[in-house]
Design a protein around this ligand. Sequence first.
Ligand code: HEC
Ligand code: HEC
Length: 360
Amino acid sequence: MKKLWCILLLCCFAAAGFKARRTVVPYVFPQMQNFPSMPLPGNNPVTAAGVDLGRHLFYDPILSADSTIACASCHRQATAFADGGTAFSKGINGAVQSRNTMPLFNLAWYSSYFWDGRAVSLEEQVYQPVRAHNEMNLSWAEAVKRISRSTMYRKKFATAFGDERIDSARIGMAIAQFERTLLSYRSKYDLVLLGLEEFTADEYNGFMLMNDMSMADCLHCHTTDADVLGTTGDYSNNGLDTITDAATYKDKGLGGANGRREDIGKFRVPSLRNIALTAPYMHDGRFKTLEEVLDFYSEGVNHSVNIDSKMGFVRQQGVRLKPKEKQDIIAFLHTLTDSAFIKDPALGNPFGTGMLVGHK
Ligand code: HEC
Ligand code: HEC
């Protein structure tokens, strides 16, 4: 009799143990040679199920008040998850954004997000567009209610997090996990670094010019040599406008977010990866082409308070490049286009093309 009880008890424990243990399949990140190791938060490990859930939420207009706008309406894979061709994306009811939509790739390496650095993590970043009146305009209570009605989502939350509880924190965690898998590392530039392809003479010259302090002098901010991320990730003022009084900056950038006068007019140094796909350029989309950007750095740099001391050539309005030198830099910039990334089916719309009712 005693024996039977023991066996019964053991069975119960085994069953309980089995129930508590869910199979967590970690997401397998690709080998990214030449990249610094990827910083990942301990409290939101990236799992296959979490990424799958996040990808569905990213492409689903369910997160906007009238179910017309998804994250992917503005962040489109074909243009490296920027809204290529558009200076200011339109959100709900056609509301125009005040800054150029940023591309989304290699996000794990940034220590803060947005042009002005106002979000400190990807998890936190998600809260802003969903609630913003001119983006998706949905309260979190309503978002949770809607998603909870879906059998598909209840199942996906259970697989990703162990139970069916749906809340804003988990929505943010899942989308952040998906965003960490948006990795751009397969451009021609990467293949050249791996010794698998070669630059043309023009591309090579452009690369050398950008990394030469006495020539184009881009390397202090946009790293393409020792550090392959294409940016230091810093916030900086590159002299877009002549400003003598910090208070008169139309968009105060980092200084507007952190309240520091010395940071007014500073914006994220963007990565130059996929730059040929993401026109127009700068936080306000003021330059339509890379030619215009190069003309600016060559002859159009302005004195402004808070201009970065690394804009060393401001006294002569820029680095003064010859037309052929500008062309070679643009040829090099095109080698940073990652066609494998923008076509990767694992990052595309999981609902197929029909489901998304965006503004386009
Ligand atoms: C209406 C267009 C629009 C929608 C919808 C939208 N975004 Fe954005 N996104 C932007 C704009 C514009 C910026 C830059 C805003 C700024 O810097 O103030 C941005 C910036 C970001 C950034 C910062 C990137 C970086 O490198 O710092 C992330 C991450 C992001 N969005 C993710 C999302 C997610 C996730 C969603 C859906 C929940 C979403 N966005 C919905 C337009 C949009
Ligand atoms: C002192 C730092 C600094 C230097 C040096 C610098 N940049 Fe920039 N770059 C920035 C910042 C900051 C921005 C964003 C400015 C803004 O939008 O207000 C930017 C924006 C850009 C953009 C637009 C990116 C986008 O996504 O819209 C391109 C292209 C670019 N830089 C190329 C270059 C090239 C080429 C050089 C060398 C000739 C160079 N930069 C030198 C800081 C720098």
